[in-house]
Ligand binder design. Sequence first.
Ligand SMILES: Cc1cc2nc3c(=O)[nH]c(=O)nc-3n(C[C@H](O)[C@H](O)[C@H](O)COP(=O)(O)OP(=O)(O)OC[C@H]3O[C@@H](n4cnc5c(N)ncnc54)[C@H](O)[C@@H]3O)c2cc1C
Length: 439
Amino acid sequence: IFFGADKTINELCFCKLQGKVDDCNCTIDAVDYFNNKKAYPRISSLVLKDYFRFYKVNLKAKCPFWTDDSRCAMRYCNVKPCRQSDLPPVYKGFANGGDVSYTLSKNLASDDCEQDTNAELSFLNTTLSASIMEDFAAWKAYDDAQDYYCQLPDVDDEAEYVDLTLNPERFTGYKGKSAHRIWNSIYMENCFRPKNSYGAYIRSSKLNGMCLEKRVFYRVVSGLHASINLHLCANYLLSERESYGIISDTGRWGKNFKEFERRFSPAMTDGEGPQWLRNLYFVYSLELRALEKAAPYLEQEKYYTGREKEDNETVAAVNDFLRVVKTFPEHFNESAMFQGGDSAKKLKADFKSHFRNISRIMDCVGCDKCKLWGKLQIQGLGTALKILFADHVDFESEAQKGQFSTFRLRRSEIVALFNSIARLSSSIYELDQFGLTMR
Ligand SMILES: Cc1cc2nc3c(=O)[nH]c(=O)nc-3n(C[C@H](O)[C@H](O)[C@H](O)COP(=O)(O)OP(=O)(O)OC[C@H]3O[C@@H](n4cnc5c(N)ncnc54)[C@H](O)[C@@H]3O)c2cc1C
């Protein structure tokens, strides 16, 4: 319907999505089969459990990189807060943690601003029930007691719990200069660049001239970028219902094939789209391997929420998921990275510091919902890298001793890790749905 009779699916991009996942031993087909039949059904229900559904995050931290805040950088204009009387009903009465003044000044654009985002679509629902608020105190007491081994206590007073199920990752309308500035900065942060490459974006054909570690860095970022953009195509606002002059959240949502074509077909992306999708498979394989490696640690975690029945179910569901993860035949091999003396050590340190900078760039994202999911997925990826490159930890033998003395994951790291693999898993599943529906 959307591509016209003269174009087949193969001409668009799926023909190139076969063979080996770059820099991995596994094939695209093996990942598709494993994910869509085994992993996706499990992880998508697992992340609905209370332990995984509430993510503690600071969305108010100032952007540390550019002097004007993300709001001004985003629209290149001053934002004029609306009057209370201008508010549409949907914004009225969201008590329980919703800070109206913050939402107003941050998200509602005045008419004469360049609209880089849509206020209502990027609106973050911060509603939390009174009973769950009470539970958080018990969670904190429990986590504090566990934090004895923690090297990095969570001292971020501004961090708040957000219910991820109320804020699905989907089309928000965030685009233009602000979004480009973020992606641009992220790719520029990758100082591991091919020789004679000047723009922020690296052409896939140049990657082969780079060493494995640098390629990995690029692929994880590009894979995450592909996943975010795939989700917005899969959960797109198909028909807008106007209310009070802004697009309503209650319109019809679904797959937008044209948008998918624009973002991923070779014709519209100068041949790069399929490579970006391949990088999605790469970052998925990398996070999957992190889960496999950390399984002995994750299997002894209590997944505490204070509700015994729910906690037991969560433990059982995590163990079932990890059991399946271990059956994946050809995991990513991280041991090939950072080999060889002082230069490898320096490369590893650079890798870490560039990645930390990317996580700080997330504070500059000018749309709260995008920031929430961006932060979560970057933290999940960071946790996966922390696991993969924790050379000093023998997960099996520490688990046998019943105590991990040199390694610890905080609750937010575990929540981010599982939710980020759930996002990647969903992207691969959605890709299959796009393919199937288009055939
Ligand atoms: C952290 C973050 C989270 C976001 N979350 C959301 C969201 O939840 N919902 C939403 O609707 N929008 C979200 N966005 C915005 C979205 O990602 C796009 O930036 C926006 O839709 C504009 O798209 P674009 O076509 O201009 O290209 P962009 O996606 O902005 O890409 C800019 C350039 O990067 C290159 N590029 C594109 N994809 C890749 C890739 N996979 N690998 C390598 N290079 C690539 C291309 O040259 C492209 O022109 C988010 C943006 C950021 C930075």
